[in-house]
Each structure stands twice: as structure tokens, then as C-alpha cells.
Design a binder for this molecule. Structure first.
Ligand SMILES: Cc1ncc(COP(=O)(O)O)c(C=O)c1O
Length: 389
């Protein structure tokens, strides 16, 4: 059986979520915009799910704009605020953002926007003094800083960040895709003007997410059409996906505290084991991190090579962000933290889920210890060329 340690990339669909979705994939096929009885039934299911998502993230249901996932929510936040601004001006992001933010910011830069990057420390924490200084300099249309990082798991001090933004009168967007399941996120308390979330990171279906929006925020649609979702995201609603998102949110709300405690126990065991091994560099060890995430490098190994060796032992991990996988490039997140490129290239990310067990962590440590200590040799059929040194 595969040991699945890649929950920051995606999570298994919870059986209860699938059950909730099934009627809307079969007989409940009506368009929720249709006025007939079947359409009204689908609409009621969507609105119930909206309430469940709103409840999980401490928002009002009217603030939940369903999208086709976290990436689209991030795009809507930045490009939507840009679309509402009369002229290109300035946005501030952090260097540890997900590509959904970084690449959208790049596209805006190509359209004349000034994009600035706030500094982070060697643990990957945003330097709030730098943010405050940048905000004091010139007007700014939006700040976008993620609540928790997908690679290192580092949790940002959203209270201070949002206070900074509020004092400068600048709206804040936060990518809370990783935070909601493994830390918690409360939109009202966060002080953010908009926040991105995604269903498949919390045992819901892929291809559905939401931008939580304070409707005082000037923001325009980036997907135009029939005016769905208060005009902010046109397109026939993905009823089954949205119902699944709602069910996943409701389930998480009930179990999150126990699940976080369980994952933290396993993660601490994992890190105790790693710290006893030679040649391991753990990233962001001094920062507050998601309870399930541990990123590290093994001396002499290239991350993707080590990933394949672990895969050979039926252990699924990531070498960083799933979105950057296969590029062979060191993680920009680690580089922004000042990690040397050669060390960053060795990064492996373990992201645990509520279904993982201590036995799995122990087996992982055994396999890794054999590889890191070099005593067990390479598994058959794996070439030594995956080693860097
Ligand atoms: C922090 C973060 N933001 C955004 C996304 C994109 O979400 P989705 O896969 O739903 O498009 C991810 C997924 O990897 C993520 O980790």
C-alpha cells in the first residue's frame, strides 16, 4: 500500500463527500439558474453549500464567490482588483507566494502594473517593517500575502500584516488554500478584503474553490458571461463540486482540531527522527508551521531524485510545490529565504493527512535512513545518476 505523504498537493476525496455529491452527478442535473422545480432544487443545494463554506471560514454566505479552484480565486483577486482600477498602479506580493499569485502578478506587470515584492526572513516570514515602509511610500491597489505556505508550511502573522494594510488603507488578499485545513482561517478576524480557498485540499473535489470577498472591495469579473456569482464569476455552476466543497467544509469544521492534533503528533515524531539522521537540513524549523508539513533536504541528494527513490518504496512525497514539479529548478520559496541553490535543489516535502499513521512515519524514517546513511544501497533498477554528488 502506498504511503501517501503529499496532502499539500491534494487530498483523497472523503467518502462522505462523494456520497453528498452523487445525487448532483446523476438525477440532480438541473441548472441552478433554471426557474423550474429541478433548477430550484439545485439552487438550494448550492446555497446550502455556500453556507457551509462560509461557516468554515468565518464569512457571510454572500461573501462566498465560487470559482473553478484556488488558482482561479487567486487570479480573480489580483486581476479582478486590477480590472476595477482605472489605471495600472501598484501591488505588493511576497516572494513565497504560489505560482497562481506570482504568475498573475507577472501578467499584470506586463500590462503596466508595478509589482513589488516584500522581504521575508530566513524562515520565510514576511518582514512586516518592510511591508509597512513600502506601504508608506506610495499608493497601492492591493497587497497579497498567503496565510500559510504550501512548501514550508510557514504560517504568516496575518494579524500584523492586516493591521499594516489597514493603517495604510490598502486592501489585503490572502491565499488561505493551505491554511483552512491544517491551521484554520477566519475571514472576519483576518482583516483581509478577500481570501482564496480550494476544496481539494480539504478532502473535497478538484476544480472548485472560492474567493471570499468583502463586497466593499472594488473588484471586477475576469470571467464574463451570464453574471453568475453576483457578476463576479460567470459560468453554469458546478453543482456537484460545490455541494462536495460544502460537505468537505462541514466535515472539516467538526474534525479539524482532532485532525490537527493527530498530524502534529506524527509530524513531531517525523522531525525527531530526521534530526537524528546525518546530513538532514530542515527548512523553517524556527517558524510557526502547518501541523502537517515538514520540508527538508538530504545532503548529496537531488530532491526529485530522492522523490523517485522513495516512490520506488511506494512512498509518495513531493520535492516542493506540485505545481513546480519536474522543472529541476530550485524552489523560489527557498531561494527567497536565502537557502543556497544547491541545498534548495535537494528539498523534499512531506505533507501528512489525518489518515496517516505512526507506523507509516516509522517506515518512512526507516527507508530514508537507509538512503541518507547510504548503508542500504540503492533499490534495484534505480540509477545512481539521481544523486547530485
Ligand atoms: C497555496 C496555494 N494556492 C493556490 C493553489 C491552487 O489551488 P487549486 O489547485 O485549487 O487551483 C494551491 C494548490 O497547490 C496552493 O497550495
Amino acid at each position: 500500500m502506498t504511503i501517501y505523504f503529499d496532502h499539500n498537493a491534494t487530498t483523497p476525496l472523503h467518502p462522505g463527500v462523494l456520497e453528498a455529491m452523487m445525487p448532483w452527478l446523476t438525477e440532480g442535473y438541473a441548472n441552478p439558474s433554471s426557474l423550474h422545480r429541478s433548477g430550484r432544487g439545485a439552487r438550494a443545494a448550492v446555497e446550502a453549500a455556500r453556507g457551509q463554506v462560509a461557516n468554515l471560514v468565518g464569512a457571510h454566505p454572500s461573501q462566498v464567490i465560487f470559482t473553478g479552484g484556488g488558482t482561479e480565486a487567486d487570479n480573480l483577486a489580483l486581476a479582478g482588483v486590477a480590472a476595477a482600477a482605472r489605471h495600472p498602479s501598484r501591488m505588493i506580493i511576497s516572494p513565497i507566494e504560489h505560482p497562481a499569485i506570482v504568475d498573475t502578478a507577472d501578467a499584470l506587470a506586463a500590462a503596466g502594473w508595478q509589482i513589488e515584492t516584500v522581504a521575508v526572513d530566513d524562515q520565510g516570514r514576511v518582514l512586516c517593517d518592510d511591508l509597512a515602509a513600502r506601504l508608506a511610500e506610495r499608493p497601492c491597489a492591493l497587497v497579497s500575502i498567503m496565510a500559510a505556505n504550501n512548501e514550508t508550511g510557514v504560517i504568516q502573522d496575518m494579524e500584523t500584516i492586516s493591521r499594516c494594510c489597514r493603517q495604510a488603507g490598502v486592501p489585503l488578499h490572502t491565499d488561505a488554500v493551505q491554511a483552512i485545513g491544517k491551521h484554520g482561517f477566519d475571514f472576519a478576524a483576518s482583516g483581509a478584503a478577500c481570501a482564496s480557498v480550494s476544496a481539494h485540499k480539504i478532502q473535497g473535489p478538484k476544480g472548485v474553490g472560492a474567493l471570499i470577498v468583502d463586497r466593499h472591495l472594488p473588484i471586477d469579473a475576469i470571467v464574463h458571461g451570464g453574471g453568475h456569482e453576483q457578476g463576479l464569476r460567470s459560468g453554469t455552476l458546478n453543482v456537484a463540486g460545490i455541494v462536495g466543497f460544502g460537505a468537505a467544509a462541514a466535515r472539516l469544521g467538526e474534525h479539524r482540531d482532532q485532525e490537527i492534533a493527530h498530524m502534529r503528533t506524527l509530524r513531531d515524531q517525523l522531525e525527531t527522527g530526521l534530526d537524528a539522521m546525518p546530513g538532514i537540513t530542515r527548512f523553517s524549523p524556527h517558524a510557526e508551521r502547518l501541523a502537517n508539513t515538514c520540508q527538508f533536504a538530504v545532503a548529496g541528494y537531488d530532491g526529485e531524485g530522492l522523490l523517485m527513490l522513495l516512490d520506488h518504496d511506494d512512498i509518495a512525497v513531493s520535492s516542493g510545490s506540485a505545481c513546480a514539479a519536474g522543472t529541476g529548478e530550485p524552489s523560489p520559496v527557498l531561494l527567497a529565504m536565502g537557502v543556497e541553490p544547491d541545498v534548495a535543489r535537494g528539498a523534499i516535502r512531506v505533507s501528512l493527512g489525518p489518515g496517516n499513521t505512526l507506523a507509516e512515519v516509522q517506515r518512512f524514517l526507516l527507508v530514508l535512513g537507509r538512503l541518507a546513511g547510504g548503508t542500504g544501497g540503492l533499490p534495484g533498477g534505480i540509477s545512481a545518476s539521481v544523486l547530485t554528488g
